[in-house]
Each structure stands twice: as C-alpha cells, then as structure tokens.
Write a protein that binds this ligand. Structure first.
Ligand SMILES: O=c1ccn([C@H]2C[C@H](O)[C@@H](COP(=O)(O)OP(=O)(O)OP(=O)(O)O)O2)c(=O)[nH]1
Ligand SMILES: [Mg+2]
Length: 144
C-alpha cells in the first residue's frame, strides 16, 4: 500500500530491514542527543508526517534489541497513529534500566507496523451469548 509522507528529518524514510519484516524501523531526528536517566521518559521527534488511509492505523512498537540490551521501552506501547493525524510522528521512549541511555540523532528507536482496523457502531443489548469461559479471566484456566 502507499502512504503519503512528508520527511522533514535529516534521515532516510522508515524502511523494512528484511524482505518480510512487519515493522519499518524509524529514526530519531534530534538537534542533539537526548540523555535518558533511569525511569526517565522523552518524546522523541522523527520529522515525519503521514497521511494514513482511512481504515488503517500505524502502530509504534518497541525494538527488542534496545529493550534487551538497554531496557528501552515505549511508555504507550503500542503507540497509535490515527488516520486523521497530521502532526509529527513522535516516539515516547522510557529508560527502564538502571543506567543512563543516550538517544543519538538518526538512531532507530522504534518500528512502525501498519494495520487495518474496524470502526465500530455499538449495538446496545440486554444479554450476551453464553460461552464456556463466561466471565472467567485473569488466570481462571490455571497455569499449567
Ligand atoms: O506514540 C505516539 C502516539 C500518538 N501520536 C500522535 C498520533 C496520534 O493520532 C495522536 C494522538 O494519540 P493518542 O490518541 O494515543 O493520544 P491521546 O492522549 O488520546 O491524545 P488525543 O486526545 O490527542 O487523542 O498523537 C504519536 O505521534 N506517537
Ligand atoms: Mg486519543
């Protein structure tokens, strides 16, 4: 699919790193590096502006390498970019490690996954269909 994009960053467009990747890595666009102290969060600009087709969303997901090696996550993971959003795409990073982490300009800080979504119209009801699960949840099926 095609998505119109304005790139006001100094970097290349987000891109798939391998042929069948679901996510496109997106780069930080920073005038200077940002230091994240332990448990500190920051909204990281990308310099990208999208026009997502109606019926689709873009999910902003963490990168497992940054998470594993440095404890870097995304606070609102997965972030949601709405089809009607015209502002700059930003990534809300958090440092979940016990050491400082420096986000560099051009660093691949997240990955974008484009997904189809439904638009729901609620249908108020008096009762719902019966199921085996019923209202069981939160471990109701056991652990083994
Ligand atoms: O990781 C994110 C999440 C959101 N956004 C932008 C696009 C999205 O369409 C808009 C609103 O996001 P969301 O609905 O998650 O935030 P909100 O707190 O509900 O704000 P709003 O009241 O503006 O919807 O912010 C980003 O750039 N990055
Ligand atoms: Mg919202």
């Amino acid at each position: 699919m095609r998505i119109p994009i304005i790139n006001q960053s100094r970097h290349a467009l987000p891109e798939y790193q391998t042929a069948h990747a679901a996510g496109m890595d997106v780069r930080a666009n920073l005038p200077e590096p940002i230091t994240l102290k332990p448990l500190q969060r920051a909204l990281i600009p990308t310099g990208l502006f999208l026009e997502i087709p109606v019926g689709y969303e873009v999910q902003v997901r963490p990168r497992s390498g940054l998470a594993y090696k440095h404890g870097i996550g995304i606070v609102n993971s997965p972030g949601t970019i709405d089809a009607d959003y015209r502002g700059e795409l930003k990534v809300l990073l958090v440092n979940l490690s016990d050491q400082e982490f420096v986000v560099q300009d051009g660093e691949r800080v997240a990955q974008l996954v484009v997904a189809r979504h439904e638009t729901v119209v609620w249908q108020p009801a008096q009762e719902l269909s019966e199921t085996q699960r019923g209202s069981g949840g939160y471990g109701s099926t056991g652990t083994v």
